[in-house]
Design a protein. Structure first.
Ligand SMILES: Cc1cc2nc3c(=O)[nH]c(=O)nc-3n(C[C@H](O)[C@H](O)[C@H](O)COP(=O)(O)OP(=O)(O)OC[C@H]3O[C@@H](n4cnc5c(N)ncnc54)[C@H](O)[C@@H]3O)c2cc1C
Length: 433
């Protein structure tokens, strides 16, 4: 761990910035854009180039869509390619057990959106680039924090050519994801818990003309399979398998896996046989829950997955990451205006968002047990009764709103913008393509 002290002369490789954001994922880019629109200077460091990412989640709940609309980027991101999904359904042996209709929510954000993350990130970055005070350092991997008198005052990053860059800042925002280096360097424990019994192996299949318009969980003998439409004309499938058993599954070989999955999803068996060719077509997600012990320190704040990580059930990660950014934005402006970025000043952000993340953790544990767990006939009957209540009762409506917008949904404080976003589009297009 490197913790250099910034020389008294303040020797820096870039001009000192108000806020240094680490990580250009949904959390980091959204926060950067909000701060730039409020007249704050921001240096954003991202280890990858060209926003290249391994597969990351792309189901965007209405709460996240609302934030992106408030930032004026949703319509342009959607225009690059997205799929609208009206329903969340759980099927037991092909028959609907649970059916949640997102069209019951108030428009315009009344669907789930399968939006490839690269489209979303590209639009956020384009909007940042149009504003003054923005420095983007891509291909910069943060590996050290700068400390002065015990407080964090910058970061040290290694460029791809091996050279080092030091960025000084009044405050550092760690938005570098589930294995956050910033959090580790600050000595904050990730608070990882093995809260789920399943990992997920993802793959996609070309499926022109086979759109389902839904996110479906198929409960089958092969475990639960998540299936949804994705851009362009594909289906994304998430195969849940018992936690940490991937190596055993992989040892069976692709032919065996293909046969099992095709039998479990007969309506897509032809696609699976034709297109699932090798183990490298599958991407494994190690599913865990985490809640960092602290989200703030003197000169530091953590947002998104770096502060709290969630399982894939209920697609909450992007929603929460964007709402963290919205909640951190006014707190950072207040701290900068006061010239005090100590922990006490940043704490209102942590105090607001920590309970929301904890509620989602509780919800996901229950959902994972109810939706994904293997079971005998008695548990299946119980599950079926509970699903009927959720599908048909008013409680179902409340649960849908909670899942769609998250607990204590944060809105963007556009009143704090000095440069307003471009006028919002007339409303999202309703096409499925
Ligand atoms: C396979 C998978 C499926 C998922 N499905 C969904 C879903 O359908 N819906 C949903 O809402 N959520 C889903 N999630 C979760 C969701 O992707 C995350 O919650 C969300 O991306 C968190 O955003 P973030 O900005 O906090 O972190 P990230 O998206 O992880 O972004 C962190 C960024 O920091 C950069 N970075 C990391 N380390 C450094 C460093 N040392 N220096 C500089 N940069 C660094 C990374 O390159 C990355 O760009 C899924 C996650 C995975 C892995």
């Amino acid at each position: 761990m490197t913790s250099p002290r910034l020389p008294a002369t303040g020797r820096l490789d870039t001009p000192r910035t108000d806020v240094c954001v680490v990580g250009a994922g949904p959390a980091g880019l959204a926060l950067t854009l909000m701060l730039l629109r409020s007249g704050v200077t921001v240096t954003l460091l991202e280890r990858s180039t060209a926003l290249r990412r391994d597969f990351y989640g792309e189901i965007l709940q209405p709460g996240g869509q609302r934030i992106l609309d408030q930032l004026g980027v949703l319509a342009a991101a959607r225009a690059q390619g997205a799929r609208e999904l009206d329903r969340f359904q759980v099927l037991q042996d092909g028959r609907p057990l649970l059916d949640i209709d997102y069209r019951r929510l108030p428009p315009p954000h009344n669907c789930l959106l399968a939006l490839p993350q690269r489209f979303l990130l590209r639009e956020l970055l384009t909007a940042c680039r149009e504003l003054p005070g923005f420095t983007y350092l891509e291909g910069h991997r943060v590996h050290g924090l700068v400390r002065e008198d015990g407080r964090i005052t910058g970061v040290v990053a290694r460029r791809q050519d091996g050279a080092s860059t030091t960025v000084g800042a009044h405050v550092v925002a760690g938005a570098d994801g589930r294995h956050s280096r910033t959090r580790m360097l600050a000595g904050i424990d990730a608070g990882r818990r093995e809260a789920f019994d399943q990992d997920v192996a993802w793959f996609t299949l070309p499926a022109p003309g086979r759109a389902t318009g839904a996110v479906r969980v198929h409960r089958t003998g092969a475990g639960a399979l998540l299936v949804h439409d994705t851009h362009p004309d594909r289906l994304r499938v998430g195969w849940t398998l018992p936690h940490r058993t991937w190596n055993r599954a992989a040892a069976r070989g692709i032919e065996d896996i293909r046969r099992e999955l095709a039998a479990a999803l007969p309506e897509f068996a032809d696609l699976i046989h034709a297109h699932l060719r090798s183990l490298s077509d599958l991407t494994l997600l190690d599913v865990f829950a985490a809640q960092a012990r602290r989200w703030t320190a003197d000169g530091l704040l953590l947002i998104g997955d770096s502060a709290h990580t969630h399982g894939p059930v209920g697609a909450q990660g992007i929603n929460l990451a964007l709402q963290d950014a919205a909640a951190a934005h006014p707190v950072l402006l207040d701290a900068l205006a006061a010239g005090d970025t100590g922990r006490q000043r940043l704490l209102p952000y942590e105090e607001r968002r920590r309970p929301a993340a904890a509620t989602v953790h509780r919800m996901q544990r229950m959902q994972a047990k109810a939706l994904l767990g293997r079971s005998g006939p008695a548990a299946t009957r119980l599950r079926s009764r509970a699903a009927a209540v959720v599908t048909r009762s008013r409680l179902g409506g409340r649960i849908t709103r909670l899942v769609a917008h998250g607990p204590d949904p944060a809105a963007v404080r556009t009143d704090l913008f000095t440069t307003p976003p471009p006028a919002p589009a007339a409303g999202p297009a309703r096409s499925r393509t």
